[in-house]
Design a protein around this ligand. Structure first.
Ligand code: GCW
Length: 714
């Protein structure tokens, strides 16, 4: 009995020691297993010299120390003078005072946030230098260097010169002041407003550190459906406390504002952007904010969208509203990120066309510190949408990308969906605005239309869950957003490879297997949710699960039937000339390609066309059969993913392995649910059997229609 107990305790201890709850994200710094690599690293990294005494300098030193001590499994000393086989990190100014180096051209090229990582020999000492024009650049370089070790790269011929392609790389938190998170599936908001400003939770630092490690340099703390109270002194002091924590990590704080704030908290009768008192109120407010937070980033605004107040309440335009705020922020260097996510239930125009119609005429009318923030597609973060036509439509205005990292329409935090392939698809899409090669990426990085300002936003998926994002693999979406924001030329494969090696394992075969799971995951999800261009057929309000049958609500554009338009003839939204003509918002040849049934890619077929059930697709199968096969293949692919994951058991930390295994069970169950519900529902229109070789749903359509989820998160 005693022996048994001892064994149990041993097992338990062992498990606890090896168990990984995911809190450390991709910054684990566990000992490197590859013996050869470990020995090489140990021999060339025998001292750490960090110059400069800023807060950021301390963070850099700490990171290098923890990183090297952990990865190399030995204490690497902090040194004061250069010695053979050491690493030096510091701004170029500091480094030049110790080492006779120049790098004039490189330093001019990398700007404020870029960095160099080099092997160098000085008086017979082999050293590695991480340097930059600013200490934030050095911090970014430090994380890059540690990533090289984490992913087992060679470090003997380093000649790395990096700088970000996009200037403002920000997370948007849809976090409410009561700590609920709109469309958040990973617990409560990270910001404990009640305890701020006095209690600084340790994870505020961890959050900033994680963001800095992937180059994110801004965060919008509160929901775009904003509460005006965030601009009161009570809250601004709390915001200041967070800004003070984030600053040394290179992260600026921004706030979502409510357009009616001058009324809500200012006691004014109106919030008309042309009213002098209102304009003055915003100027005073900006001054008050900058007194507390001198490097405050600016405002994010959702106006005249889904019931939010805005300039149109006073017959003014989006430009009037944005420019008023821009004028208030200008003296302090702040920017306005004005969202183009607008559509109106009373507008009979196709919802997919409305934002373009409203914003295109305003091109060139915005102040130079305004960016227009555009969602990747014209509807709303669906599993797949064609790129938003505005990206090719506003050459005179800096356009920001808005991606969603939280998986509102992609399985919440229970489905494994690696989003880098979605982001890549959109960034690489060609708008043809200035001929071939006018990609969305070149629009938003400012290079296509020569804009000085550029930006990209991701709606965050973080929360108080111990692993930050609910699903361990959802961490990869936070990670890949940051990496692509820094460099949109990186491939989804490469980013997955990095993330897996840093977060899960460096075993090559396991890496390849997990990478293939990730790379296919988004397409699988499109297949079991919304194949062939279907969109917006999810559950009412909470958006959980399938509900293609939703109709007769107070807003047509919030129903499912508005989008799929299934009838006895076929299915899909005719957006060609014979329909809403949304294709006309794209440049040629994209417009023509989408408009012709023969050339329209299958992925967007029923996004742009109402297609007869018997129409033969490129595969030779009819539309109805293809729809079924897509649903079934998507679901089958989840089963295959489960199998692949199960084979990795001895390569993955047991806690992570079990966590992901359970999540995959849910994902499979929900994929079957989507498949069955959609196949049965659309069958009522096609009046055709589900192909012979496919297993028949074991429940009725009524069963699925009667499911209800009153407390699903939303
Ligand atoms: O995707 C929809 C969401 C809303 C969200 C809105 C928006 C913050 O369902 O929850 O509100 O878009 O982006 O403004």
């Amino acid at each position: 009995m005693k022996l048994f107990l001892a064994l149990l305790i041993l097992l338990f201890t062992f498990n606890v020691l090896t168990a990984d709850d995911g809190y450390r994200l991709w910054l684990k710094y566990d000992k490197i297993h590859d013996v050869q690599k470990l020995e090489t690293y140990q021999s060339v990294l025998q001292g750490i010299l960090v110059t400069g005494d800023s807060l950021t300098g301390a963070i850099i030193q700490n990171e290098l120390e923890n990183g090297l001590n952990g990865l190399l499994d030995k204490k690497v000393p902090i040194i004061r003078d250069i010695q053979d086989n050491c690493i030096i990190a510091g701004t170029i100014e500091n480094i030049r005072s110790m080492v006779n180096i120049d790098f004039e051209n490189e330093m001019n090229a990398i700007g404020n946030e870029g960095y160099l990582i080099l092997n160098y020999n000085i008086s017979n000492n082999d050293i590695i230098i991480i340097t930059a024009n600013t200490d934030i650049g050095v911090l970014y370089g430090t994380f890059h260097f540690l990533r090289l070790l984490q992913t087992l790269q060679d470090i003997d011929v380093l000649n790395i010169i990096e700088s970000p392609r996009i200037q403002l790389r920000v997370l948007n938190h849809w976090d409410n002041l009561d700590r609920t998170v709109e469309r958040g599936y990973a617990g409560f908001s990270l910001w404990n407003w009640q305890k701020l400003p006095d209690y600084i939770h340790p994870y505020y630092h961890e959050y900033a550190r994680a963001n800095a490690s992937i180059g994110i340099n801004g965060t919008v703390l509160n929901n775009v459906n904003a509460n005006a109270l965030i601009l009161t002194p009570l809250y601004l002091n709390k915001v200041k406390a967070l800004a003070d924590v984030f600053r040394p990590y290179g992260i600026k704080v921004y706030l979502s504002i409510r357009f009616s704030a001058p009324i809500d908290i200012g006691g004014l009768p109106v919030s008309d952007p042309l009213d002098e008192e209102v304009r003055q109120w915003w100027k005073d407010k900006a001054q008050e904010i900058y007194k507390l937070i001198p490097d405050f980033g600016g405002f994010l605004v959702k106006a005249n969208s889904e019931g939010q107040p805005g300039p149109q309440n006073y017959g003014r335009s989006h430009a009037d509203g944005a420019n008023m705020l821009a004028d208030a922020l200008k003296p302090f260097g702040g920017v306005v990120m004005w969202r183009a996510f607008v559509y109106d239930a009373n507008d009979k125009e196709d919802r997919a066309k409305q934002a373009y119609n409203e914003f295109k005429p305003l091109d060139g009318k915005f102040r130079d510190n305004v960016l227009i923030q555009v969602k990747n597609g014209p509807i709303d973060f669906q599993p797949r949408e064609p790129f938003h036509p505005l990206f090719g439509g506003m050459p005179e205005t800096p356009l920001m990308m808005e991606f969603q990292i939280t998986q509102e329409y992609l399985g919440f935090s229970t489905h494994l969906v690696y989003l880098a392939t979605l982001y890549e698809e959109v960034l690489d899409a060609d708008t043809y605005a200035k001929g071939e090669g006018s990609t969305v990426a070149r629009v938003i990085d400012g290079s296509l239309n020569n804009h000085k300002l550029s930006g990209i936003a991701g709606v965050a998926n973080t929360g108080t869950d111990r692993n930050w994002t609910g699903h361990l693999f959802a961490q990869s979406n936070w990670y890949c957003f940051g990496r692509l924001a820094w460099d949109h030329q990186l491939s989804a494969e490469k980013i997955a490879d990095e993330w897996i090696r840093m977060s899960l394992t460096n075993d090559d075969a396991a890496v390849r297997s997990i990478q293939s799971i990730m790379m296919k995951s988004r397409e699988n999800t499109v297949n079991y949710m919304t194949p062939l261009g279907l969109h917006h057929i999810m559950g009412w309000d909470h958006h959980y699960g399938p509900a293609p049958w939703i109709k007769d609500k107070h807003r047509d554009d919030w129903t499912s039937v508005y989008y799929h338009r299934a009838d006895s003839i076929g299915i899909g939204f005719d957006r060609t000339k014979t329909g809403s003509n949304a294709v006309s918002q794209y440049h040629e040849p994209a417009a023509d390609t989408f408009a012709a049934l023969e050339t329209c890619p299958d992925e967007y077929l029923i996004w742009f066309h109402h297609v007869p059930w018997d129409y033969k697709l490129k595969s030779g199968k009819t539309l109805w059969d293809e729809l079924c096969y897509h649903y079934y293949n998507g679901t089958q692919a989840v089963a295959e993913m489960q199998k692949k994951w199960a084979d990795l058991q001895d390569k993955i930390d047991p806690e992570i392995f079990n966590h992901v295994t359970s999540m995959m069970k849910i994902q499979y169950k929900e994929a079957v649910w989507w498949r069955n519900a959609c196949a049965l529902y659309f069958q009522t229109f096609s009046n055709q059997p589900i192909p012979e070789d496919l297993e028949k749903p074991d429940k009725t359509l009524e069963y699925y229609q009667n499911l209800s989820f009153p407390f699903a998160p939303k």
